[in-house]
Design a binder for this molecule. Sequence first.
Ligand code: SF4
Ligand code: FES
Length: 233
Amino acid sequence: MGKRPIRFKISRYRPGHVDPPRFQVFDLSLGPRATVLDALEELRTRHDPTLLYRHSCHHSSCGTCACRINGTERLACVTVVWDLGAEEVVLEPLAGFPRVGDLVVDMGPFYEQIPAGLTCLRESEWNREASPAAGLTLYERFENCIECGACVSACPVSQPPDGFIGPAGLAAISREIEKGAGQAEDLLALAGGDRGVWLCERAVHCSKVCATEVSPARHIHKLRQRLEAEGDS
Ligand code: SF4
Ligand code: FES
């Protein structure tokens, strides 16, 4: 298969220089497997070395490349341009975060919404029947969330730092409570408080954009059920 012409409209921003933000148009020819991140790298290396975007792993593990692609939050590194079915691709940074430049945002407010002290490991669901090796009581694996911020950007309520803990933070709280963590009572009180689950409008955009199947909306629903069962509604 050959290449197709694709037009990229990228939101450019540089505080004090390209300010307010404006779109810049770039034209590329891309093959069937090229991802949005591939396109950004070609643009930066061959067309405009000032183009700012974040990336690291190139395989949906680090979460750094999340941005809005034709209006939807996605990971640029695993979004194949041809699969978008469009001749024009509009790239914008995640919504609601302080903007640093072009597609780069300050993720600080995202991390501030994750309660301190949560564990990032949990029992693996993949090999519960297997006998753990000597020295292990159970097999563990990392939690799914790659802290990309896509769910927070897509959420109509969560525009940090407005106070709402947000989908990723509430999903983390829910998982921690499920693990039977020692601070479960405090976490449930946090989830049921002024910044918690009752602010959620059930748009479910968070679960739709999550690339790693964390399903924040499902966790928010579980937290609501748990709180209602305890008479805290
Ligand atoms: S819950 Fe999903 S969308 Fe939200 S930060 Fe984690 S991986 Fe990203
Ligand atoms: S570059 Fe790591 S998730 Fe995309």
